[in-house]
Design a protein around this ligand. Structure first.
Ligand code: C5P
Length: 288
């Protein structure tokens, strides 16, 4: 039998990201508000095909096209629990999300593979969440439907929130990143006092209204300039030219602006011209 399943794997930004503690297991305790975006990879599963993972699209470069890809690992873990086989499964990723930029593309691809395979094999939502937690800290958010949500613990304790109204988001993606970025960004924070906490909790208690760039908070911003060469220059120049604050996406190095007005978004996007970064305009995306 030949079967083809297709799903979108949305990007995310963190509207709030607090890192409050180094835990005994080496992970950090976080309290974060995540938000999915319309910008998405396209994930295609084909059964009855030559097994393996293929990567294409505008941001294919930098994404592993072998068994080390989180999407393949997720498929292996779920197959083992469902007593299913992967020997005729082809996974194709059309990468529209820049990789290793703090936008959650790899985690989202893995979560979409889990959701599609879960439908095909009849796996429960609980099993999908259990496997997503093993794959990493962000896949649980995506496998649970994204939208606006609070994540605590190492990122796996999820509380869905009411979707915020649709807003414009402009992404500034620097042309280079660094190896082992997420682990290095967390480790760099250990030299400073941790966040006191309370910002994500206040957001979760809020009215679910619009979010302005000035309300966004990311604790990684205190170490990002040290770790990503050239980032400070892009950041200062874009903020100066557009007169609006921009923020780090997750553990970076992508920067983003969020706001309601279409014309402001166009102005912010234009402010980055000539910088060593790729500019992408998108919007927030609700749960689904
Ligand atoms: O969970 P994930 O595999 O994406 O994390 C990559 C690395 O980032 C971990 O190995 C760990 O060093 C660090 N990390 C952390 N605290 C978290 C999440 C990740 O220290 N809450």
């Amino acid at each position: 039998m030949h079967n083809r399943l297709v799903g979108a794997a949305p990007a995310k930004v963190n509207l709030v990201l607090e890192v409050t503690e180094l835990r005994a297991d080496g992970y950090h305790e976080i309290d974060t508000i995540l938000q999915t975006l319309e910008l998405a990879d396209e994930v295609t599963l084909e059964f009855g095909a030559q097994a393996g993972i293929r990567v294409g699209g505008p941001f294919a470069s930098g994404t592993p096209a072998d068994a080390s890809n989180l999407a393949w690992r997720a498929a292996e873990l779920l197959a083992a629990r469902c007593d299913a086989r992967l020997d005729d499964l082809a996974i194709s990723l059309n990468k529209r999300i820049p990789p290793a930029g703090g936008l959650g593309g790899g985690a989202s691809d893995a979560a979409t593979v889990l959701r599609l395979l879960g439908q095909y094999w009849g796996a429960s939502d609980d099993l999908l969440r259990e496997v997503a937690t093993i794959v990493g800290s962000d896949p649980v958010f995506f496998v649970s439907g994204g939208g606006t949500a609070r994540a605590q613990g190492r990122g796996e304790i999820l509380t869905p929130l009411a979707d915020i109204p649709r807003q414009n988001v402009v992404l500034f993606v620097p042309n280079s990143t660094i190896d082992g970025k997420t682990a290095r960004m967390f480790a760099a924070l250990d030299r400073f006092p941790f966040d006191a906490g309370g910002v994500a909790a206040a957001f979760a208690r809020g009215d679910g209204g619009r979010v302005s760039a000035a309300e966004v908070y990311n604790g990684f911003e205190r170490v990002a300039f040290d770790l990503f060469p050239g980032l400070a220059g892009i950041w200062e120049s874009v903020e100066q030219r557009c007169g609006e604050p921009i923020h780090l996406a997750g553990a970076g190095p992508t920067l983003f602006w969020i706001g309601a007005s279409d014309s402001a978004a166009a102005g912010v996007a234009a402010a980055a011209s000539g910088q060593k970064s790729t500019v992408l305009q998108t919007t927030t995306r609700g749960r689904g």
